[in-house]
Design a protein around this ligand. Structure first.
Ligand SMILES: [Zn+2]
Length: 142
């Protein structure tokens, strides 16, 4: 393997609840499962939002789910680097967790409620050291 004088660019997740593979090309959502009532959450809540218990176990959530609702954004927030208009979709995972983010690789004319979607990662920007910040997106599942 040839050594390069270039600085190694790392890939880092945009949120702590996203765990990247060693090469940063894929990832999973990290969540919590309430041992008291069975509810699942993305991230690491301190108390269960359903039953108020605080006894959780860490879980890796599904990477696929079903599109529950969406909207088309014509006026993006400040700093948006993607194309406009774009689709913002809410996908429900089998665990019952809803995750809202951009839908890619799909013309807006073809989007349908109930479509199976999968999570994919894209480079969303760079930090001060030039590391790639990986963001999650939905795209139609194969
Ligand atoms: Zn609970």
């Amino acid at each position: 393997m040839a050594e390069s004088a270039e600085k190694t660019v790392k890939r880092i997740p945009v949120v702590r609840s996203l765990k990247l593979s060693p090469d940063g090309a894929t990832g999973v959502f990290l969540g919590r499962h309430c041992k008291n009532c069975g509810e699942y959450f993305m991230g690491a809540p301190i108390f269960c939002l359903k039953c108020s218990a605080s006894d959780f176990e860490p879980v890796e959530l599904s990477r696929q789910g079903v599109l529950r609702t969406y909207t088309v954004i014509y006026v993006p927030p400040p700093g948006w680097l993607g194309s406009v208009p774009y689709i913002l979709g809410s996908v429900e995972l089998p665990e019952g967790v809803d995750i809202l983010t951009e839908v890619i690789d799909l013309p807006k004319e073809k989007i349908k409620i109930g479509m199976k979607m999968e999570m994919v990662l894209r480079v969303g920007g760079k930090d001060a050291e030039g590391n790639e910040i990986m963001v999650y997106k939905w795209r139609p599942a194969p």
